[in-house]
Design a protein around this ligand. Sequence first.
Ligand code: CDP
Length: 221
Amino acid sequence: MIIVIDGPAGSGKSSTAITIAKRLNLQYLDSGALYRAVTSLWINAGKPEKGEFFNILTGIHLQAEYTDDVFHVKANGNDLTAEIRSQEVAGYVSEIASQPEIRSFINAVMKKIVENGIYIADGRDLGTAVFPDAFLKFYMDASIEERARRRFREMEDSGKEVTLGDVEANIRERDRTDQNRKSDPLKKADDAILIDTTGKTFEEQVSEITGIIEEKLKLKH
Ligand code: CDP
C-alpha cells in the first residue's frame, strides 16, 4: 500500500512525509533521491551522451532505504547518500529527470521497493504517473519565496555556502523544467488533496495530513 505526496521543491514534502512515517509507523521512500542518484552516476561517468548513459544504467542496481534518520541510496553497493545533495547534482537533476528512459528506470525501481510494506513516498509525478491507484494522494504547495527561504535555511544549517538568490534561482528553474517536460510533468492529480503550506507551521501541515490518513485508514477497517 502506498500514500503519495507530490509537489514542487521546498514545499515541505520530504520533511512532512518523514514525520508522518515515524508517527504512523510507515516506511519512507524519497523518489527525488533516486533521480539525484542517477544524476550523480551521470556526473561520475563524465557526463556521457544519453545513449551511452542508458547503457551504463542497465548495469546499475539501485538500493534505497530510510534508516537512522537518513535516506540512504546505493548503486551497485557504492554509497551515494552524501553526494546526491550537492549543488552540482541539484543543477542537473531536472534535466536528467526529464528523459523518459530515466523515468521508466526509476519507476521500475520504486515499484519493486514498495512491494514489501506500507509506504509514504514523495515526488513530482507519483500520484499521476507512477502510482495512479495510491491509497491516498496529497499535493503540497507554497509560494516560491517561502519555498526558497525554507530550502536556504536548510542548506545554511547543514553548512553549505549558498545565497538565497542562488537557491531561489535553482528552484524557479527546476519548477519550470519539472512542469514543462513532456514526460510525466509535475502536476496535481485530479484526486489529490491540495495542502497549501504558505503561512502554516510544520506541525499544522503534519497534523492536517496525518488526520486525513487516519480517517481513511479507519474507514478501511
Ligand atoms: O527535495 P527537492 O524537492 O528539492 O527535490 P527532490 O525531491 O530531491 O527531487 C530532485 C529533482 O528530481 C526534482 O527537481 C525533479 O526534477 C526530479 N524528480 C522527478 O522528476 N520526479 C520525481 N518523482 C521526483 C523528483
